[in-house]
Structures are given as structure tokens and as C-alpha cells.
Design a protein around this ligand. Sequence first.
Ligand code: HAM
Length: 407
Amino acid sequence: MPSEIAVWQIVEATARKLFESYGFNEIKPPLLEKRELFARGIGQETDIVSREMYCIEEASGDVITLRPEATAGVVRAYIQHQLYIHNSVQKLFTIGPMFRRERPQKGRYRQFHQINAEMFGDSGPRSDADIISMAFQLLEILGLENLSLKINSLGCHACRPMFMDKFSVFLANCKNLCTDCIRRSQKNPLRVFDCKVSGCKDALLNAPSILDFLCDECKAHFEELREYLDLLSIPYHIDATLVRGLDYYIRTAFEIQTDQLGAQNAVAGGGRYDGLMRILGGPDHPAIGFAIGMERIVALMEQMGKNPGAPPLDLFIACLGKEAFKKVLPVMKELRYKGLSTEIDYGNKSLKSQMKLADRLKARYTLILGDTELNSGIALLRFMPTGEQKEISVKNLTESLGDLWKC
Ligand code: HAM
């Protein structure tokens, strides 16, 4: 809504500026992609793919989908346009709407917006540290407080199977899993960690920890990331149950949470997805990224009173009669061209109600112009904060008014 838009613009502008300083370029992938892309990329058994996507079947039989997230589409574009040819490391960001079939509630919408950043071409923990630093710094610059960063390592294709064996045995012995989790435990056991049902959450309290199964490379990667986060003074908690609801993650997974938004506490989430490019038909390029939920950031900023509201109006012209309107119409065009916000009343309201409108619009100056002023050649300009008035020549209105903002 217009009353909220200033916060959205601050968030977007701050992200663009910061991301540029980290060397990120903007990309605008389409909102529509083939269903197959998400099924292969995010994983058939995830909540997103199995029940949250909006799909449309075309006459050709192809199923197209309103994107539930941006990563798969960015990777598709990266492969299709061979972006990897020019630079070994590519950093891309995109801002826009995503769509998930959710039961709408505070902080959870069917159409929501993400600020999404992806870095391709480096597999080491240095890029993990840099990308987490960028996500955290953005939220800090926006003035958000009481954020907590959770990190985990999901291991790699070498060590994760050992954990999965142990975890599958553990799940087979769990008594109170919901029907979804019984299915998940057979098809994609890691997804049991995504379940919100309290019985399943309780059952997982004694689950084996994936961190106990990391191979030497994954362990070293995780340790080095922690060292860099310490160096950057970014506080974090290790959460071995943080698996994030998408199948593509390997090694680092992270989430930034708040305690100010109730149940929808994740404001940002991301991780490393080194195998995704290959799965989607591209080269074997490593990647890491994150997405920030804009509605949640905006809600936090509103709660903290960080909405500056609509910008004040530079000039209101209280215009009395058709002749006065004809005089000011080209003047307004020129002033607006110079970047001065200028407003009039389009009807034929009385001077009193036009002055009320000027107040409501928080006009800095109000010019009063009617037949009397046209005849005398002198109009009144009122500085609204003090009520002080001065006379200006009707002849050179554009220049006299434009001069007010020259300094
Ligand atoms: P995600 O955790 O699904 O990750 O979404 C990231 C953020 O989007 C969440 O932390 C939350 O703030 C916001 N979000 C998600 N769903 C909703 C919703 N229904 N309503 C409002 N906000 C929501 C991803 O999407 C990954 N693609 C992130 C990523 C990028 N990983 C690597 N690169």
C-alpha cells in the first residue's frame, strides 16, 4: 500500500547499493519457468514442489509454474547464457515476487517478495563467509535488531549417506511420526526435519546429529567458515537440525531469524548448492546464495517505527478559476521536469478547502493564484511551516518558483 511503499523502497535501494559494493550484478529472470526445473532443482519430496507450486498446463502438455523461489531460475539462466565463460566467479542478485500455495497468515503469503543473491564459481568457505556477511550486513544497515544467525553443515555426497543410513534406522524406530513423515522417512528422510507437527518435532529430539558424520573436508570447511564469522564479529548458533526445506543444499546451510514476528521467524535463508548446476544440465560449478523475505523485513521495520511515510510535497498551487489553471499548467510541467513535486486541486474547490488539502499533503510551499492575482500580476507564496507569505511576480512564475529550490 502507498503508506508502506517508502519502507520497501528503502529496503530495495539499500540492498542494491550494498550488493553492488560486494560486486553483485542484477539479473531479472522470468516469473514463469517449466515445472520440471523446480521438481529437479528443489526436489520432488519437498513441501514446495509436492504441494505449494502454482502450475498451469499449456496446450502443448508442458506445465509452467509461477516460480516458488528464484535460485533454480537464476541457475537455468546462468547455464543457458553460459555466464560462466567470462568470469570464473559470478555474483548475481534479483529482487521480485515468488509464489507458494500457502494458507495466508501474518508473515506468510501466497505471493511474497525476495531479495535473492547467488554467487557461482567458488567452492571454499571464503565465499560462504562473504555471502553470509552480506546478508547480515544488509539487515544491520536496515537497523534490524535481535537477529540470530543459525548455521549448519549438511555434509556432502561422500559423508551425508553415512548420516542418512543412521538417521533412517532412527526414523524406522520412531513411533509417533505423522503420515507425511512416514512417507518422507522412506523417500527423503532429511525432509522430516521440515515437519511442523509437534509429535514429529519431539521425536527428532534424540536424532543423530549430522555434524557427527562430516568427512574431513566438510569438517574443515565448516570450521573455516566459523573462523571467518568470528573474525567478522557475526554471532551465530550451530543448529544441527537446520536442513532448510530445499533438497539442493550441501555443506553450509544458514538462516537468519528474529524473535519479533511470531511463528514466521525466518527473515533470510540460504546455503551452498554445489551440485545443482550439474543436475540442471550445466557444468559442475559450485554455488552459494540466500534469499531475504521482504514482507518480513518490512514488517520488522514498521514495528520499529522505521517508516518515513510519503515524502512531503514541494509545492501546492491553490488555483482559483480556469484562467489561473491555464497559467499554472505549463508552469507545473516545467517545475516537475526540474524534479519538484507539484500538486493542485483539479476541481473548483474554495480557497479554504484547497489550503486544507495543501496541509494534508504536507506541502512546503503553497502558491495562491486566482483572477485577482492574474490582474495585479502579483501572487502570494506561503511557506507552510511558518505561515510566512511573500509576493512573487506572476510573469516569471517558473523562474521565481524554481529559484526557491536552487540552493
Ligand atoms: P526459503 O527459505 O524458502 O529459501 O525462503 C527465503 C526467505 O523467503 C524466508 O526466510 C522468508 O523470509 C521468505 N519467505 C519464504 N516463504 C514465504 C512466504 N510464503 N511468505 C513470506 N515470506 C516467505 C529460498 O527460497 C532459497 N531459494 C534461498 C536461497 C537462495 N538459497 C540459495 N540461494
